[in-house]
Design a protein around this ligand. Sequence first.
Ligand code: URA
Length: 214
Amino acid sequence: MKTFDNIKIIKHPLVQDKLSRMRDSATSSRDFRFLLRELSSLMAFEVTRDIKTESASVRTPLGLEAKGVRVNHREIVLVTIFRAGVGMAEGVLEVIPQARVGHVGIYRNPETLDAVQYYHKLPPDIAASSLVLLIDPMLATGNTMVRTLEVCRDAGAENIRIMCLVAAPEGVEKVREKFKKVPIYTAALDEKLDDHGYIIPGLGDAGDRIFGTR
Ligand code: URA
């Protein structure tokens, strides 16, 4: 399999266990949503491993000073891509509860697989954020992700990272071509895309499985 320098695969056993359960076609929508939320929280640990911290000092119940660090949650912006990205945002917000959340609405033209953007709403000061995390479970053709990257870049976002569950080589390549410096954190790099732009073996249509629409 081809290797990429812009991707980090999170191999933690708990991440891989939850991903395998999500791939299983017997997993219900209810369980799929629950696993997605848990997996997103776990992955957020790895994605934020080296983020900016500020030193902090608190007084403990013993009246003693304890030195530590704080993360300014509000400097972190999550950008979810409708629809499936919304399910991941909830998991990330469990561990960064005061992060701000932007939304980008994009659908795939089923014939051309081109990304068609119909909506976006980002925090107005996104340019001042310490981290902008784009979240979408499936990085397939990369068209949607590249369009989202353009929207964020045009709004002034600088330190951008991508978090997905499953990536296809085609999507990773497309992101690297257009946004060389943006790292992709994923739980798996799968084999390829099928003729309809689905990831093989993948986990099916993430939006349909989250929302039970098929
Ligand atoms: N989007 C999905 O939900 N699944 C895929 O396999 C590809 C794109």
